[in-house]
Design a protein around this ligand. Structure first.
Ligand code: PRT
Ligand code: ZN
Length: 285
């Protein structure tokens, strides 16, 4: 039987979350001793473990049909591939940073400066679009130490919390790209594989929706129910069950993560008691 082959990072910041997403989609994989390729036991999927730098190329070549990689790698490698899903994890940004004691007047600062980076293509495109001419110094790791040792005037690198920049005496002055893990796909995959991919994406969507929502149960006096329904529209409408105590009901619904605390406060004001909030594993709407 034809199988869909997905390339994921062998070991690094994307590995665990990529595997977790596949597992939460109900797909069992035996990755006890992380071979190059493993098979899923209950879904037509093969997992190919690669360095993240090699994933865009492997998907362009059709060595893998799809892959999970940071958008920063996709942009840097600029291969002929399709970005089909934003996966919402490993979020970071790519920024220009300079020594903190230097006054920054604007993008022209970078004219005739040396910038160290592991992402020369993204940087080149950005500088060209702003008509800035800098010397790009490509290095493969520890970019943040380059200004301190006199190798560069500035760096262009991935930033997450910003603490690496601070501990190297640098400050972020321009953000060029916001990145996260994305799913990429080859442009010409067979109809059978497309069918498997659609099923996989359907499952991923239900996992993502579930992560964004919680199941909520609460008790409320019957004369306040209308107020509470307005706060909890649920998927269609809330479920209401009578309590053994007269004049009270139990209300069940779904609540979004984003405005969670605000709504909980309003529910309490509306007389809700005994509020229970439970994670949802899958959500199909
Ligand atoms: O071995 P392989 O080539 O597969 O892995 P790698 O070493 O190239 O990549 P890896 O595992 O470090 O990162 C994989 C992907 O994770 C990146 O391509 C990004 O899409 C994403 N990501 C998310 C990050 C970070 N956050 C991150 N903080 N990648 C790197 N960093 C580094 C950054 O380079 C800098 O040194 O963390 C430092 C900054 O972090 P803060 O929190 O101090 O700002
Ligand atoms: Zn890499």
């Amino acid at each position: 039987m034809e199988k869909l082959r997905i390339a994921i990072q062998k070991s690094g910041r994307l590995s665990e979350k990529s595997l977790q997403l596949i597992k939460e989609s109900g797909i069992f994989i035996n990755n006890g001793n992380r071979k190059l390729i493993t098979q899923a036991s209950n879904f037509p999927l093969e997992i190919l473990y690669l360095r993240d730098d090699d994933i865009p190329q492997s998907v362009e070549d059709g060595v893998a049909d799809i892959g999970i990689v940071g958008l920063n790698e996709v942009e840097e490698k600029d291969k002929n591939i399709n970005v089909i899903e934003e996966l919402g994890f490993s979020k970071c940004r790519m920024s220009l940073a300079i020594p903190k004691n230097i006054q920054y007047s604007g993008i022209e600062y970078f004219n005739n400066k040396v910038i160290a980076t592991s992402y020369p293509e993204i940087l080149k495109k950005f500088l060209n679009s702003k008509s800035i001419s800098s010397e790009i110094h490509e290095i493969s790791g520890s970019v943040e130490i380059a200004p301190g040792i006199g190798m560069a005037d500035a760096i262009f690198d991935i930033v997450s919390s910003g603490s690496t920049l601070i501990s190297n005496g640098l400050k972020e002055v321009e953000t060029i790209l916001y990145s996260q893990a994305v799913m990429i796909s080859n442009f010409s995959i067979s109809d059978k594989k497309k069918h498997i991919l659609n099923e996989l994406i359907f499952r991923i969507h239900s996992v993502q929706k579930a992560r964004k929502n919680k199941y909520i149960l609460l008790n409320a006096p019957n004369d306040r129910l209308n107020e509470i329904f307005k706060l909890l529209p649920g998927m269609k409408s809330p479920t209401v069950l009578p309590l053994a105590v007269k004049g009270w009901s139990s209300v069940h619904s779904v609540i979004g993560e984003d405005d969670f605390w605000e709504i909980i406060g309003k529910l309490k004001d509306a007389g809700a008691e005994g509020i229970l909030v439970i994670p949802i594993e899958k959500m199909i709407v």
